[in-house]
Design a protein. Structure first.
Length: 447
């Protein structure tokens, strides 16, 4: 799964903005074309910012010690105490009622945490009666679903991501022996009792489990009638030898689509593929291969970018690119001890506070968000680093913008160091910018 998993997927409408009508798509192409400066981009993002999404940590243990966990601190080893529930609930309420937040994704260790998950979800469910646009859910390793089933059935989450990282051998190799069968049992409970409107199987894709993931999807579609999947590339802070290479996602998508095409089923199936900010280095290959097409990207009301590829009458692959980091400009991530860190990158470190703006245990969230967008904030420095990127002379910069500068800052303590997930020494590919049709589409995107 990706670092926030699906966040419920896409809530598409027929009139969703498309292609160059989407501000962030225009900005992305304009920065890549060097038509605007980083400072102009920063100004535009601040002017159009709105805190629509919240990624929220609530607990500090999950019952597992997964080898691929991106969190840099050990289970139970937070910098501060967990945010007291009254402060947590008050912050969420203020974000919904005063800041326009409409999507709450419970992340980090596990969405199902004793004495915290159910009170939080019940509180948001009450707010949802007044603000029906609210979507809420979270990501769980699936071990404790049976213990929460009765409460969740009453609450009715909008989505629940359940982690399965391949078939039995591949999943248990990462998460522990016997875990696959336990999660599968609880997945059936979640589906049969309709614990969420969307029960989503979330999986982490790495170099060595692509075939297993494809077989898992087949198995769950045919045998379990699962309708939702979310595939997130490994964030290789650990297990670097498992890191996806430059064109691995393209090869995976080719194999997945070919294998699914003959399947005939009566229910619709959606397979979400996350192209997170830390996957920026993979975007050029996706564009070169024709999988990702800028003019076909759409945006839903929650700010999710997406592109649908219909494999047959029933099965759709939905690419979900983050072209310029979502966090700060319309998403905040708050650690379970209250640090407002924006995205996931700080949490890869033991001292994850070094990119935090403040803490909701000490300061009001509205004041914190003003700081988050200010000059000299981590967001400001991340955007400004595009002008100094050592990759600016490469053809692939036009689409990946040098990778995720916040991840580089977190791992190497330098915004201008090459994205640690980038596998390119020098990416040689058909320069899309030399294509006459493409160049015409890109010209004059930003005045």
């Amino acid at each position: 799964m990706s670092l926030a998993a699906s966040k419920g997927g896409v809530y598409a409408k027929h009139n969703d903005a498309i292609g160059y009508d989407i501000n962030i798509v225009r900005q992305w192409l304009s920065v890549g074309q060097k038509q605007i400066t980083s400072y102009q981009l920063y100004q535009n993002l601040v002017e159009t910012s709105g805190l629509i999404q919240l990624e929220l940590g609530i607990g500090n243990t999950c019952g597992l010690e997964c080898q691929h966990c991106f969190l840099g601190y050990e289970s139970g080893a937070m910098i501060s105490q967990l945010t007291p529930m009254p402060i947590l609930l008050n912050t969420v309420t203020k974000m919904i009622e005063q800041m326009g937040t409409r999507l709450i994704a419970v992340t980090d260790r596990d969405a199902l945490t004793p004495n915290r998950s159910i009170p939080l979800f019940e509180h948001i469910a009450k707010l949802r009666t007044k603000y029906p646009q609210i979507k809420m859910g979270g990501v769980t390793n699936g071990l404790a679903i049976d213990k929460y089933a009765d409460n969740l059935e009453q609450i009715q989450l909008d989505y629940l991501d359940i982690s399965l990282d391949g078939l039995r051998d591949e999943h248990d190799a990462i998460r522990g022996k016997g875990k696959f069968d336990l999660v599968l049992k609880n997945l059936r409970i979640a589906v049969n009792h309709q614990l969420a409107k969307r029960v989503i199987v979330a999986t982490t894709l790495h170099r060595f489990n692509d075939d297993s993931v494809i077989k898992l999807i087949h198995k769950l579609i045919i045998e379990e009638e699962i309708q939702w999947f979310d595939i997130g590339p490994l964030m290789a802070v650990k297990m670097q030898n498992y890191q996806l290479q430059s064109k691995d996602i393209v090869v995976f998508l080719d194999s997945l689509s070919q294998s699914l095409q003959p399947i005939k089923i009566s229910k619709s199936v959606t397979i979400l593929v996350e192209i997170c900010a830390y996957c920026a280095a993979f975007i050029p290959a996706l564009i070169e291969s024709g999988w990702l097409i800028p003019e076909k990207i759409r945006q839903d009301e929650y700010g999710h970018l997406y592109q649908n590829i219909h494999i047959n009458d029933s099965i759709t692959i939905t690419l979900r690119p983050e072209l310029i980091p979502e966090y700060w400009r319309h998403t905040l991530r708050i650690s379970s001890d209250g640090y407002v860190v924006g995205g996931c990158e700080p949490l890869t470190q033991k001292d994850y506070t070094h990119l935090a703006v403040s803490n909701i245990q000490m300061e009001d969230i509205q004041n914190i968000y003003h700081k988050a967008l200010a000059i000299n904030s981590p967001f400001y420095h991340a955007i400004m680093s595009y002008d100094q990127s050592s990759c600016r002379h490469k053809a692939c910069f036009s689409h990946c913008l040098g990778g995720d500068s916040l991840l580089a800052k977190a791992v190497y303590d330098d915004y201008n160091v090459k994205d640690p997930n980038c596998t390119w020494d020098e990416y040689q590919y058909k320069n899309m910018l030399n294509n006459e049709k493409y160049s015409t589409l890109c010209n004059g995107l930003v005045q």
